[in-house]
Design a protein around this ligand. Structure first.
Ligand code: DX5
Ligand code: ZN
Length: 222
């Protein structure tokens, strides 16, 4: 069954640890930390210090999503065992192989993130080496946006490419995911649904997660 990953960008910043406990109790499978630099996107968000401070609050997997221009500068600040996966944006990379190796050398899984205007085919050469492909359903920078048309097709392409090159890759979708579109995204090939607003702003997070699981039950056994 596809995994539900809670994006802390939409959580209450006054009590992130409690928000994580609330999401875990509601049934979230993992956590997503958006790191922004105010340059790559016109916003600021979480930092490696948040990973460190929040690590004790959950044993679930942490994904760091580096929506910033110089991922090397930030990866340098990650301490061991804090993030399980580091996802870098494809269009920030001058040498994808090098950064994938670097992430692996820091004992993390490596993900490549693709914005709405980033073509996937150029990256096929690197599918062999990565653990996760993240398809952004929105232009990065802010939570609460509506998913853009074309997202399903891109997920389908990513799934076809990974089936051909490296079937172990996870395909995550991030931005604009909600209970109403979850089943269609899983049918397209997503196995990880990253959700901020739809979880943290819902009136009953456990009910929301349960309704998503019901909607996607039987669609995928990944
Ligand atoms: C967007 C971020 C997303 C964001 C998703 O730049 O990468 O992770 O938190 O937020 P929602 O689920 O509200 O669209
Ligand atoms: Zn993200």
């Amino acid at each position: 069954m596809a995994k539900i990953c809670a994006s802390l960008l939409a959580a209450d910043y006054a009590c992130l640890g409690e928000e994580m406990r609330r999401a875990e109790a509601a049934g979230a499978d993992s956590f997503h930390f958006d790191m922004m630099d105010g340059h790559y996107v016109p916003n600021l968000a979480l930092t490696p210090d948040h990973l460190k401070a929040l690590r004790p609050y959950s044993h679930l997997s942490f994904h760091a999503h580096l929506e910033l221009n110089n991922p090397d500068d930030v990866l340098f600040k990650f301490e061991p065992m804090q993030a399980n996966t580091a996802i870098v944006q494809w269009n920030t990379l001058s040498d994808p192989s090098r950064i994938i190796k670097r992430i692996h050398s820091q004992a993390m899984k490596a993900g490549l993130g693709f914005g709405p205007d980033d073509p996937l085919d150029e990256a096929s050469h690197f599918f062999q080496d990565v653990d996760l492909i993240l398809i952004l359903g929105v232009y990065p920078g802010f939570g609460g946006q509506s998913m853009l048309p074309g997202t399903h097709e891109k997920i389908m392409s990513a799934r076809h490419m990974s089936d051909r090159i490296n079937p172990r890759i996870r395909i995550a979708v991030d931005g604009g995911v909600k209970p109403e579109n979850a089943a269609g995204l899983v049918e397209a090939g997503a196995d990880t649904l990253i959700m901020g607003t739809a979880l943290f702003q819902s009136s009953d997070m456990a009910e929301t997660i349960a309704s998503i699981r019901e909607a996607i039950a039987g669609l995928s056994d990944r």
